[in-house]
Structure formats: C-alpha cells, structure tokens
Design a protein around this ligand. Structure first.
Ligand SMILES: [Zn+2]
Length: 312
C-alpha cells in the first residue's frame, strides 16, 4: 500500500517511439508504470497530449493513488519552455506538441516540462550513477543523440531549455553528412545515432570501395561486430573516431566528473561503442568516469519525477 501519497509524482516521458507514464516516490522508486507507442498520426500535435492525459488517467485509476504533488514531463526536444511545448522535434511527426496547458487544464495541478536529455541528467543526479558528482553529463544515444549537463551542481538549462544539445556538435568534415536536424552537416547525430549508423556504414563502405552487405539497422551492425565480421570491425574504427570526437567535445565543454550514457544504442551496445570510442578520446583534460546508465530506459522518467519533487 502507498501511504505517503503526497510525496508521489506523476512522471511522463514522451519520446519519438515510446510514451511512458509512472508514479514515482521521492526515493526514485517506480510504483506503477505504463508504456505505449507514441502516437504518430493525427490532425495535430494535440493528439500527443491527449494520449498522455489518457495514460495518466489510466495509471491513476489502476493504482488507486489519489494524491500526488504534480506532473513532470520529459519530452523529445527541442522544447519551448514559455509555450510549454515541444517545437519541431526531429523524432516526432508533429511540428508543435503542446504539453503543459492541456495537462494543467485537465488535472489542475502543477505541471513541469523539460527536454528528455536534461530530464535524463536530473534523473542520474538524484537516482543514478551521478549522485555523488557535482559535475556530470548524461548522453543519450538512441534514434538521435542528445545530452544534459549539471555543472557545479547547477542544472544547465540554456536560454530556451535546450543546453547541451551535443548531438549537433560538429565531429567530422571528411564525410560531411547532412544532419536530421536539417540545420547542418558533420553533426555527431548524423553518424552515430541509431537512425544514422546504417546510413553512415553505407557511405563509409562506398567511400572505401568495399563490397559489403548493407545493414538496415544499427542492431545488425553491432551483431556483426560481435560475430567478428571483418568489414564491420573496420567500420567500428571509423565510428570510434566519430564517438571519440563527440565525447572529447563533451569533456572539453563541461569538464565533468562522470559521463553517463543512456538511450537504446548505449543500453544495448554501449560496451562496443565505448571500446572503440575510448581509443580516440583526447587526453587534454583529466578523463572522467564514463559509464552506461544503470537506470536503463528510466533516466528521463525519473528526472521528470525529480522536477516535481523539488529536487532540481
Ligand atoms: Zn544536427
């Protein structure tokens, strides 16, 4: 039974693929959780908020909990904190996804919003491997690449709530790949995100004049590495340079004590990503610890709860 209901938060994590809803207590314990596929079709982005409202009602109904401090929402960025919305998110099908207003109107309790990577670093700081650190960076490697940073215990928000959009740092000019953000070339996300790895493999193989079977998913590439496929192992050296540059940029920018990697690519294949990246990380500053998240997929969800429980 849940007694200290006033110390519970409703946490929602709206990603390009999944929408997660949970009740979380102040120790970061997930009391109840739902996962559904994020709606991708509809007349407008309002439909995402409607889906979130439906999921929150479901979790309230199922758990029987009636008192909660508020709703924290982690959403695929970039966000506009003044409008309480996600705006032009590259990994969702809508240009404008309003969150705060529709949730406040429905539930009449405080609603907080952050982009999912900043929520991720908050989750790691309060409930994960970042607890003991004053300076930490969370990197998500999933369909895209993003980050969140805490410097001297301060959560870096940036002017519009999108500080540490590290996936859009430039890491290459040789292949000069266009980024899914549509705003630049050579960005880290254009090479090393789950969506980009197969595209990068194709272009790299063509460039090296290699006849290779062309994988359609990052998963297949990592599997080929585990099977010691020679061409794929060679590709990993190139991918390692890209990830090494990305991580070197992060170290130079934030001087963190720890970097924590989350997101589907890191959670399934982070050992391989790091094995090849580490050879290429510049030793200009003292190297931080670099770890795969032990919160699994829940870092942003727990960060969303931390927003509500006044832990930021
Ligand atoms: Zn970009």
């Amino acid at each position: 039974m849940v007694n200290k209901s006033k110390n519970l938060a409703i946490a929602v994590d709206i990603g390009g693929t999944n929408l997660r809803t949970a009740f979380v207590d102040e120790k970061g314990k997930i009391i109840a959780k739902n996962i559904v596929k994020t709606v991708r079709k509809g007349r407008s982005g309002n439909i995402v908020a409607e889906q979130a409202i439906g999921e929150i009602k479901k979790i309230i109904g199922d758990s029987g909990v009636r008192k909660y401090a508020g709703i924290g929402v982690s959403v695929a960025g970039p966000i506009d904190p003044k409008k309480g919305a996600s705006v032009n998110p590259p990994n969702m099908n809508f240009r404008f996804v309003p969150i705060v207003a529709p949730l406040k109107e429905e539930f009449r309790i405080p609603v907080y919003i952050m982009n999912d990577c900043i929520a991720g670093v908050l989750g790691e700081k309060h409930f994960g491997a970042g607890k003991k650190f004053s300076n930490l960076v969370y990197i998500t490697m999933s369909s895209g690449i993003g980050g969140g940073a805490i410097a001297n215990r301060n959560l870096l928000m940036g002017r519009g709530g999108n500080a540490a959009e590290i996936g859009h740092m430039t890491v290459d000019t040789k292949f000069d790949l266009p980024c899914s953000c549509g705003k630049g070339r050579g960005h880290w996300e254009a090479y090393a995100s789950g969506n980009s790895i197969p595209k990068f493999f194709r272009i790299w193989a063509k460039n090296c004049r290699l006849e290779a079977e062309l994988p359609s998913e990052a998963k297949a590439i990592f599997q080929a590495v585990r099977n010691k496929d020679k061409i794929t192992l060679k590709f990993m050296e190139e991918l390692g340079k890209i990830n090494g540059r990305g991580i070197s940029n992060v170290i130079a920018a934030y001087d963190p004590g720890i970097i924590i990697l989350g997101g589907a690519v890191a959670l399934s294949s982070g050992d391989l990503v790091l094995r090849y990246a580490k050879k290429n990380i510049d030793k200009f500053l003292r190297l931080p610890e670099i770890k795969i998240s032990n919160l699994g997929e829940n870092a942003p969800l727990l960060g969303a709860a931390a927003m509500v429980l006044n832990k930021q």
